[in-house]
Design a protein around this ligand. Sequence first.
Ligand SMILES: *Cc1c(COP(=O)(O)O)cnc(C)c1O
Length: 426
Amino acid sequence: MTQSFETLQIHAGANPDPATGARQVPIYQTTAYVFRDAEHAAKLFNLEEVGYIYSRLTNPTVAALQERVAMLEGGAGAVACSSGHAAQIMALFPLMGPGRNIVASTRLYGGTITQFSQTIKRFGWSCTFVDFDDLDAVKAAIDDDTRAVFCESIANPGGYITDIRAIADVADAAGIPLIVDNTSATPYLCRPIEHGATLVVHSLTKYLTGNGTVTGGVVVDSGKFDWSASDKFPSLSAPEPAYHGLKFHEALGPMAFTFHGIAIGLRDLGMTLNPQAAHYTLMGIETLSLRMDKHVANARTVAEWLETHDAVEAVTYAGLPSSPYYHRVDTVCPKGAGALFTIALKGGYDACVKLVDSLELFSHVANLGDARSLVIHSASTTHRQLSPEQQEAAGAAPNVVRLSIGIEAAADIIADLSQALDKASA
Ligand SMILES: *Cc1c(COP(=O)(O)O)cnc(C)c1O
């Protein structure tokens, strides 16, 4: 990239408004856009000219956000959608069909494990979960019907960092794309495309917006995958029956996936991000680097303090030298291992519940990546639908509490944890 991340997070995708000169990206609160004439309308519907038709497909505020996230991730294009989970379906939709499968890491956000192990079956899709530290197992799990490999860069919540390059090489050798959920890291800490990922998905809900106001998601395409190299991806390489036989890859090259996401995905699945939410997220991204530096610094300070506490059995933060994944920080996320980690308490399940109930500065919520410090007992909430084995594998055992460290003063965060741990171990 020519400009630095700190400049792009403020300027990418945002030109002064052509109608008014407004410096900030306006909220284009409109459903539809007037066509110049009948020919203009026809060209827009034929994808011969790029423009706005209807806000289920495209909207100028949402488009500014898409361009900004694509540039920050080093991608060719992006499609915003209504949630992180919607982004996952939108990423898979052009690749999959009945009978097809994906191979995913066991270390994922709890909701993603449920989406992949249960809900996608309704589409005739399936998922095989594998330990992504075992490259031979990943290779062995890929079969002729596999259409994608899926992992998180920094996995939520267990303090696990994926060796993205190694997994990308396995996917590449099999001729299928690697999809990386980069929610916990953000493009400031990790840029999966530089490590060989084809697609990056985000929950905008978390650090990108950064203050717990929005539900949103985005799919970023690297533009580098050759969809026509095999007959595995007919939605992109063969005539698409849902778009009067257009061959997306042939017609649109590196923008094929992005245009398919809008022209078919948003058009027919309708998981659209609204312009108000896009505006909040654009505001959030302007300060992303500043916030992430503070999140990381606080997380490191708090994790170091917790590691020495008598009531604490273990701290799984990849930013601690004691973590088995510490050695991956320098290559995968050189600016830090994020601000999300778990602690295991010697007092087990009961102590965890007592801790959560005793914290005052921390909010007990099912969210992460907020400016505020947040806490949750994953086993009884976000990872409740999982089997004990799945909970263990995902780093959400019953004696474990997840912390999302905010950007308050580190001393105040530690003081709150200190008083609550005293109560939990009394
Ligand atoms: C929150 C989250 C999701 C789901 O995003 P929503 O916006 O809640 O749908 C997916 N992956 C990760 C890592 C998350 O933290």
